[in-house]
Design a protein around this ligand. Structure first.
Ligand code: C2E
Ligand code: MG
Ligand code: MG
Length: 790
């Protein structure tokens, strides 16, 4: 007993009540010394040896020293233990995270303040989970505890509070105390981290959705594709289960499902005329409110509202097209409370993005439709016909283009009024629409004109179709408003591909055929590839020009005149163009001679002059500085007494502070009755309107004679300008004309300058002004205004 090994003693110290141990040592010391030894004797070796009897053997003295050493080491151990205990309890008590130890029975043998605070009890020691958790939670906890206690597993889990607002990282680990298993546990509050991470993920997901959406928008060609793709992508967003888009029914104003997609891959698409657009997830009330108020709608707690699909929360975002509610996109989730402030703050962005895509497509479709629809009749337009023929030509189709023309439509218009004429045209269109098969590409190609394509494989010939179907269908009387209007039609025909492969070519030829037939009092004409159409065209052109005057199909183009010295704008020439309803823009060289022959030129010239001054005034009012505008006056118009009135009226329109108008006359106007010519020229110049001799040098009369007339300007003809650079003789001629003119105080304008070289030469010859493609082609009034703005 007196030589207990220190190791065994240490064990003793661990196992037995530490306070007993000094008593044992005291007894041992007393036994060795042979008398009672007081406890303080154990405090140090010298003191203890002081109690040794003198006769003590060296061995016993050594044993007494050992007792003293043992006492010292025990004291040290006790201090260490106490320190360790304080450290541990300090940690445990101040740890914000709950810490606990459970015994095998499941009751807590230790729990820190954070744990008791969590459970709201003064201490958890002696209690078990039955005190704290509902049955289902307790069971799962017990299962985990068993795995730790019985199998020594370490368990790490994320636990979330019942209301989902708090999250803990829980560690459970085995603690073996001399073969007895205990369970240690810690719970670290991760709520902030979890929420931050979730917010980040949601944020990312949301912007991924937005960027996918913009990709869909830029790709989508149809509304269906845009909406279905959007639903598809959105339904695969985390948290979402079904996404649908419903649209406001134009007719009833109610919402109807349009497209939907679910996470499980099911998709639907409804047609607008579908009445079965009811779905077991659709929340018409919520979507309806979104549409009616134009505001986002949320429902986060749909207990049983959509039981069949287990929908627990929903968000409905209104979609706008051209400032009107077009529909609603609705997101459905099985998760309750999914649509929190995060979505409230951002759903608008999503709605805007999708609305933008919808608006873009719808407007493009509308433009497409409008461009391909004639506004008066609602029939497909000329553009549509162009495309249809191009499509047919591309597949090598053959057949006949039939052009149907309402006869004397402008006369009907002036006799019965514009409204009645349009009413008649609508009825004609309606009759054609009901009769003509869809594949025939019926289109409304001009005022009172319709075209269709009659395929070669129809059982009747195109002539019989026109004669037996179209003409009887359209001819006869129409009741328009209170009036009965009698109507006849003509039909012209041209063949694809023999007569042309574009609508333009075919319609022009069908028109020639129609005009040719009309000239011979026929109702139907086929384009004759071999015949010379010049005459027929001219005959028909005259008739057409009359209609064109009625309809005001002429427009003014303006070509700049440049001061050759400064390079600045010095004037403009008004040049007439004909906007033919079928043939497009026609140049004056083609129709002015016909106008002259038919006597229509006076009327047209008057309008050109009047329009030129109206344009001048408009430019001036806009704050631009319009230059003087030269108007061509044809010989017939020059001889006509109304010329002065026309000029005065035009000048009154311009109300200008300077001379806004000049006229150009050709040699043929100036050669006949000398006195009268001089008289007219003088009167015009008295109105402060300068006169130019146009195309100077091309006629047969003596130049010397011409320059003596009271005129202000010579316009050197284009042919001289063209040849001048190559031919020295012409150069000499131009030089002579310029000095001749200058000697007589006339200004010189050179026409048709196309190259820099021509321009330089004319400048050297001291020609004042130049006009030509080099400086600018004739352009419509709006274009010319742009030039003035520069
Ligand atoms: P013009 O009065 O001698 O007009 C000049 C013609 O030359 C214009 O042809 C013009 O476009 C063209 N031109 C101008 N610069 C160049 C160029 O650099 N190169 C080429 N190759 N041509 C150039 P446009 O407009 O076809 O008119 C032809 C003619 O028709 C005019 O010749 C004029 O005699 C007559 N015309 C045009 N408008 C009217 C009008 O309102 N009334 C009358 N009575 N005749 C008109
Ligand atoms: Mg001219
Ligand atoms: Mg000319």
């Amino acid at each position: 007993m007196n030589n207990i090994a220190p190791r065994e003693q240490h064990q003793l110290a661990q196992e037995s009540e530490p306070d007993l141990y000094p008593a044992e040592l005291l007894r041992l010391a007393g036994y060795l010394c042979g008398k009672t030894v007081p406890p303080e004797a154990l405090a140090d070796e010298q003191a203890l040896l002081g109690y040794a009897p003198p006769a003590m053997s060296a061995e016993q003295r050594q044993a007494l020293s050992d007792v003293a050493a043992l006492a010292a080491s025990q004291r040290a151990l006790k201090r260490q233990l106490a320190r360790a205990e304080s450290f541990l309890s300090g940690f445990a008590e101040h740890s914000p995270s709950p810490l606990w130890i459970k015994g095998r029975s499941g009751s807590y043998v230790m729990g820190n303040a954070a744990l008791s605070g969590f459970f709201g009890v003064p201490t958890v020691v002696g209690m078990d989970d039955r005190h704290f958790w509902p049955e289902d939670v307790r069971q799962s906890l017990e299962e985990q505890d068993r795995a730790v206690l019985e199998h020594g597993e370490t368990i790490k889990t994320m636990e979330t509070s019942h209301d989902g607002t708090r999250h803990w990282l829980v560690h459970k680990f085995p603690i073996d105390v001399d073969g007895e298993p205990f369970l240690g546990g810690t719970a670290i509050d991760m709520t902030t981290e979890v929420e931050k991470e979730r917010a980040l993920i949601r944020h990312d997901n949301f912007y991924v959705l937005l960027s996918r959406l913009s990709a869909i928008i830029s790709r989508a060609k149809t509304l269906e594709a845009l909406c279905l793709d959007t639903c598809r992508v959105a339904a695969h967003q985390p948290g979402m289960d079904i996404v649908d888009i419903s649209r406001v029914d134009d007719a009833g104003g109610t919402l109807k499902l349009f497209t939907s997609a679910a996470r499980d891959g099911t998709e639907h698409q409804w047609r607008l005329d579908d009445d079965t657009s009811e779905a077991d997830w659709f929340l018409p009330d919520l979507a309806g409110t979104a549409a009616a108020t134009g505001r986002l709608q949320f429902s986060n707690d749909l207990h049983g509202g959509c039981e069949r699909r287990h929908i627990a929360s929903c968000m409905a975002i209104p979609l706008f097209v051209n400032s009107k509610c077009w529909g609603v996109i609705s997101f459905y989730s099985h998760r309750p409370e999914l649509f929190d402030h995060f979505y409230r703050d951002r759903a608008g962005e999503l709605g805007n993005e999708l609305s933008f895509g919808l608006e873009r497509l719808i407007n493009a479709q509308e433009l497409f439709r409008l461009a391909r629809t004639n506004a008066l009749s609602g029939l497909p337009s000329r553009l549509h016909f162009d495309e249809a023929i191009a499509g047919l030509a591309a597949v090598n189709a053959s057949g006949t283009v039939l052009l149907v023309n309402i006869n004397r439509f402008d006369e009907i218009s002036s006799a019965y009024g514009n409204t009645a004429a349009i009413g008649l045209m609508r009825q004609v269109a309606q009759r054609l629409k009901t009769e003509v098969a869809e594949r025939m590409a019926l289109s409304h190609v001009g005022i009172g004109r319709f075209a269709l394509f009659y395929p070669v494989d129809e059982d009747r010939s195109p002539r019989r179709y026109a004669r037996d179907t179209i003409i009887p269908l359209l001819e006869g009387s129409y009741q328009v408003d209170q009036q009965k209007i009698w109507c006849t039609v003509n039909v012209g025909a041209a063949m694809l591909p023999e007569d042309g492969t574009s609508a333009d070519e075919l319609l022009v030829k069908a028109w020639d055929a129609l005009a040719g037939a009309r000239a011979q009092d026929e109702q139907i004409g086929f384009y004759d590839r071999d015949a010379d159409h010049a005459l027929a065209r001219q005959v028909s052109m005259e008739a057409e020009l009359r209609e064109a005057v009625e309809r005001g199909e002429f427009v003014n183009y303006y070509q700049p005149k440049i001061d050759l010295k400064t390079g600045k704008l010095a004037g403009a020439e008004a040049l007439v163009r004909w906007r033919h309803p079928i043939r497009g823009l026609i140049q004056p060289t083609e129709f002015v001679p016909v106008l002259e022959r038919s006597g229509l030129v006076t009327e047209v010239g008057r309008r050109v002059m009047q329009r030129a001054m109206e344009d001048w005034r408009a430019w001036y009012d806009e704050g631009l500085m319009p230059p003087q505008i030269a108007v061509n006056v044809a010989p017939a118009q020059f001889r006509c007494d109304t010329l002065f009135d026309d000029i005065e009226r035009a000048l009154n329109t311009a109300e200008a502070h300077m001379t806004p108008l000049s006229i150009e006359v050709t040699e043929s106007s100036l050669v006949s009755d000398h006195r009268r010519v001089i008289d007219t020229l003088t009167r015009v110049r008295n109105l402060d309107v300068p006169v130019a001799i146009d195309d100077f040098g091309t006629g047969y009369s003596s130049l010397a004679y011409l320059v003596t007339l009271p005129v202000d300007v010579l316009k050197i003809d284009r042919s001289f300008v063209m040849k001048m650079a190559q031919d020295a003789g012409y150069m000499g001629l131009v030089s002579t004309i310029v000095s001749l003119a200058h000697n007589l105080d006339l200004k010189v304008v050179a026409e048709g300058i196309e190259t820099e070289e021509e321009s330089k030469l004319l400048k050297l010859l001291r020609c004042e002004q130049g006009q030509g493609y080099l400086y600018g082609r004739p352009v419509p009034a709006e274009e010319f205004a742009k030039l003035l703005r520069r």
